[in-house]
Design a protein around this ligand. Sequence first.
Ligand SMILES: [Fe+2]
Ligand SMILES: [Fe+2]
Length: 288
Amino acid sequence: MTTAVDKDLSLLRTGDRPQRDLFLDNRSVPTAARYARIEAAEADWIVPLVADIEADTAPLATRADWVAALAVLLAEERDGAPSSRYLADEATREQFAVVVEEFAPDGLTEAQNFFPAVARLPIRAQMAVMRVMIDEFGCGNIAQAHSQLYRDLLAELDLPDELPEVLRDTNDETYAFLNSFYWLASRAVDVEYFLGALAYLEAAIPDAFAFQARACERLGIANGRYYTEHIHIDDFHMREMQTAIKEYEAARGLDPTKLLVGATLLSSLLGAAMDAAVAKAVAKTAGR
Ligand SMILES: [Fe+2]
Ligand SMILES: [Fe+2]
């Protein structure tokens, strides 16, 4: 049954958790008041955060410099943070379930917040991003949609699978990771931040999800396909994102530094979200 909350998630706002409230506004039909709230929250958070990252980033001259800088970032992260290694090798089924529920607001809404960026790209770059999006939505086949693969995983772990329900206890770090894409796709004036962030994400996920896939195998979880499918398909998505960036450059010119700023932003937000998720899983299950 559709509830009032399904129609207007902003009804769940509490006024005392800025990242959660921002996510609820981002997921609601915008009114002028709501949009002003979103802009004010972003002006207090992601706008200065991006400016700080940009101030700390050595300027890149060319697209080739960006490709090289991304390779360095990915190589640094390949072995995984201690939180990822814990998940792969030590977490109990109960702890793994806490992490799966923590990322459910992402899995259940996967790629939806990328759409506004498509319309802001030159046409050939749109095509490359659309090829990524088509896969994210299972080529129109619900059984293959990434959000459905996540639902299958939630079901196996006896977790709720509707968005309002999975927001019971979500960390601010997870909301910040999710909220970043709403800004990147819709409000960051330079769309290179979005392109760099998504190019990073697609390139980082095959390594990052290898830890979750290992956990599923070790714990005998049958619906680890959400992770293994990403390990497979994001290799293509990573290349499509580089095509999108190349086409963007051909049509409009490119600021490669902004690509790296987007990548660095996502790397830090996703890393913090994973660390917080695993810390929560350990804390929740302590003494059991
Ligand atoms: Fe996906
Ligand atoms: Fe992908």
